[in-house]
Design a protein around this ligand. Structure first.
Ligand code: SAM
Length: 286
């Protein structure tokens, strides 16, 4: 008998994305959220937190390339990197491909996400035992308030602004992020959908503008998130994401990518006009 199981991610009350499920690999409920890993028909293994798609094996490379390599190729010498959230491990995996990175600290609030991905999605979790990896199970909000360390790049790889991730979109958190960045530090954050979440983008960018001198938004194509076009914010104490980007470093690194490349790096900051209009005064993208 064929399985007739589908997962459906609904957005508000007017949109649903459905994926055919071959097998449920893990289902649990932590103190923070429900955590599911399923084997889908067309997109490989998929992680869902509270029923929302976090990663699929088919397209995770686009998200993880763009959240990681854009700031790590702008900062001239990123040695100490902090990832907040990112429990699937895909962002840390990409950070650790940069040979100049000496340490990658990842602060994920939910051990169940990390354990489920370690067991069922090695594609993303493969670098979690890397010798340069410092995995902390804890609240990223508390971590940035308390740490005495300084980071060159901070990557906020969070869920949507609900539950424990809500403070990750607030001003107090970004003030603490600013304080634990080096003098030329960069923070990149999961920036939601330009199609469906303009208000969240506006609010996040207002917060970033209150704290950082330079704020930008860049986007990429994500196959499995509602609307397809997804964004990251880029806030910086010093560097411009295009003018201070030396494309030669990408070829010198000898790294190979399936999504990121030097041309796309700069092009990703060119936004569709509707997004530019909606974010007028909040971003420095030309
Ligand atoms: N790529 C994903 C997306 O945008 O849908 C996000 C990936 S990752 C799985 C997001 C992680 O952020 C979740 O595992 C969640 O537990 C974690 N998270 C949420 N709030 C957090 C907090 N306050 N501190 C640390 N991690 C947090």
């Amino acid at each position: 008998m064929h399985s007739n199981l589908w997962v459906e991610e609904t957005f508000e009350d007017f949109l649903g994305l459905k994926f055919k499920v071959e097998k449920v690999l893990f289902s649990g409920k932590s103190e923070f959220q429900t955590v599911d890993v399923v084997e889908t028909k067309g997109h490989g293994k998929m992680l869902l937190n509270d029923g929302l798609i976090m990663v699929t094996e088919r397209d995770e490379f686009a998200y993880h390339d763009m959240i990681t390599h854009v700031p790590l190729f702008v900062h001239p010498e990123p040695k100490n990197v902090l990832v907040i959230g990112g429990g699937d491990g895909g962002t840390a995996r990409e950070v650790l491909r940069h040979v100049n990175v000496e340490k990658c600290t990842m602060v994920e609030i939910d051990a169940m996400v990390v354990n489920a991905c370690r067991e069922h999605i090695p594609q993303t979790s493969s670098a979690l035992d890397h010798e340069k990896m410092n995995l902390v199970i804890g609240d990223g909000v508390k971590f940035v308030k308390q740490t005495k360390e300084k980071f060159d790049v901070i990557i906020v790889d969070s869920t949507d602004p609900i539950g424990p991730a809500a403070p990750l979109f607030g001003e107090e958190f970004y003030q603490d992020v600013f304080n634990c960045l080096t003098d030329d530090g960069i923070v990149v954050s999961q920036g939601e959908s330009s199609w469906y979440a303009l208000e969240i983008q506006q609010s996040l960018l207002k917060v970033l503008n209150a704290v950082f001198p330079k704020c930008y938004l860049y986007s990429f194509s994500n196959l499995t998130y509602p609307g397809g076009l997804w964004s990251f914010t880029f806030a910086s104490k010093k560097y411009h994401p295009i003018n201070d980007f030396d494309r030669q470093r990408v070829s010198n690194s000898k790294l190979e990518f399936d999504y990121y490349n030097a041309a796309l790096h700069s092009a990703s900051f060119a936004l569709p006009s509707f997004a530019q209009k909606g974010l007028k005064g909040l971003i420095e993208n030309d």
